[in-house]
Design a protein around this ligand. Structure first.
Ligand SMILES: [Zn+2]
Length: 218
């Protein structure tokens, strides 16, 4: 008998099972440098219906709600610039500070508008990194915990991690080390399904870095 799966988002029946692989990323800042450590997290499943996936893609392809969210920082910076103008500081300092905050605010606004325009156009067209699979991963991430202890969690479709040809794409989409992804892929291929979640280590950083892979310094 076919099992009826319930959608995690809307609760309706007729959902599909999407096996996921969680990647845990710990960011450690010390002495002005930032280091990222990544490890395999839980392997789990999320059930989603096609209607919720379509609705998510349609919502994400609309620029207006994202403009509203992205406007907060530029507006704050411009408000600071206006406040500085009325602080009664000496002429030159006042103008330099106004230009600095105002200019930064405008620069942030322009870069955010450009990014949102590009992203929403790519999502509508299903182009760039915004394939349907990527959007399913996004929706799953919106419904699942974003953090485990201090580690940020990224959810990848298991079928993409197992597809060797997609590892480079995944690495670019999410900033995950390609070598780490390759080692996770071979772990998943060689470990029985029932054993996969048994060998996971708890993230203990920065002293105990076992299981984590240093990806880059920045
Ligand atoms: Zn649904």
């Amino acid at each position: 008998m076919e099992e009826k799966l319930t959608c995690k988002k809307c609760g309706c029946e007729g959902a599909q099972d999407y096996p996921l692989v969680t990647i845990r990323t710990m960011t450690v800042r010390s002495g002005g440098s930032t280091q990222k450590y990544q490890a395999l997290g839980e392997v789990l499943s999320v059930n989603l219906c096609p209607q919720c996936i379509d609705a998510w893609i349609s919502q994400r392809s609309k620029p207006q709600p994202q403009y509203r969210k992205a406007a907060k920082l530029p507006l704050l910076l411009i408000a600071v610039a206006i406040a500085v103008h009325f602080l009664g500081l000496e002429g030159l300092i006042r103008w330099v500070l106004c230009l600095l905050f105002g200019g930064f605010g405008i620069a942030v606004a322009v870069s955010e508008i450009t990014r949102i325009k590009r992203e929403t156009a790519e999502i509508s067209a299903g182009k760039g990194k915004f394939s349907r699979d990527h959007m399913i991963e996004e929706l799953a991430a919106a419904l699942l915990p974003a953090k485990h202890q201090d580690a940020h969690l990224t959810y990848l479709l298991r079928k993409r991690v197992l597809d060797e040809k997609q590892l480079y794409t995944l690495s670019r989409e999410y900033g995950i080390s390609g070598r780490k992804l390759a080692s996770i892929r071979s772990y998943l291929l060689t470990t029985p399904e029932s054993e996969v979640n048994k060998g996971l280590e708890e993230p203990q950083l920065p002293e105990k870095k076992k299981g984590f892979f240093k990806t880059r310094n920045s």
